[in-house]
Design a protein around this ligand. Sequence first.
Ligand SMILES: [Zn+2]
Length: 383
Amino acid sequence: MYNTLQNMESINNTTTKLKNENYSSSKATEFKTIGTKVKNIDIPILNQRLKIYGYQTIGELIHDFVKSKFPPVYDDEELKSMKANLQQNGQWTSLSGSYPTFLNNIDYDDMLKFYVNNLRLHNKSARDLVSYFRRYYDIFFGNHPDEILKYAPHKRSWILQSIKKFASYYKYKTGNPDCEDVVKRMIERYNLNVSLDMKRAIYVVDDQYVVRKIDKLMTIQGDIGFIVKVGLFSGLREEEIIYSHSKEICPDNAGHKCDRLHVINKPNGMSIVTLNWFRGNKQCYFFIMPSNIWKQFRNLPRFTRKEEINSAHNIVKREVEIKFMDLRKLHYNVVRNTMDPNEADILAGRAKTVSAQHYALYQLDKMAESYKQAWEKFGITFS
Ligand SMILES: [Zn+2]
């Protein structure tokens, strides 16, 4: 409390000083250092938050803030009326023949930065998504969005994905979910997802799709049903599931450094298992699983690709029309509902080490709770 007050005071002093000075024209362009106090314990959090918003240093943030680049303000009125139109008529009504103005002032460099830094997309994919968006948004938001259906599935999935990613960028910049909503409704309304294969469909997935697949997966009974749950709830790659089944568990707590597994059982019924297994760009720091499923999994006499995973794969393919591998993607889509992209990527083993370490230290309780809530949103409660 004391520190906060002191911070406010020092900022106020600075502003007062800045206000009171009479600048001569030469003085106005001189630089001035302004400072504030932050608790030591908050420094990793500050760095993490800077990263989340795509900044390396506090200076960059301040500069964008001064230039009104951050946080940006958009006019949302058009989106509201689009949304209303879609809701009332199920119809896309273009606004007097011109494209909505929120598409006029997009900072594509900033958009790219968001894809790379926040969504953690690879540079190449991020650039492709931006250029697909630039090329095709006029069709999607124009008078005949169904023209998108003329493109081959591969291309169409890229176009749709680029529009969806734009919508999350828009939400991130404005805090307004309407664009995501409009995009989702339009894809449904014009059936733009039609005949995209499984791999691509899940890439441009909507929650209804995830719900349908998960409902079906949950009807699978017995041993196979259990193996499916292990894959789905852990979100692990196949080889990571096998590894985590056989690897010895360290009796020490998670702070201990050794190559065995470390398990933390959270009071909310979730277990966090640190795997710390890295192979090239495939990483797994830790995963979360309901404690009872984790225990039951460890008690299985064996878990191999040849037997357990293959049989589960065949059943899942026949009954749910997905691959065992796709369970991981479904998992990602579920946890994204309550976790920010950063957190979800840590779970998916795609994040940079520094973020994972940060979360390992500060955010495990929050993540375990987000995890539980995400599955509840999809109708799955763990007892
Ligand atoms: Zn240990």
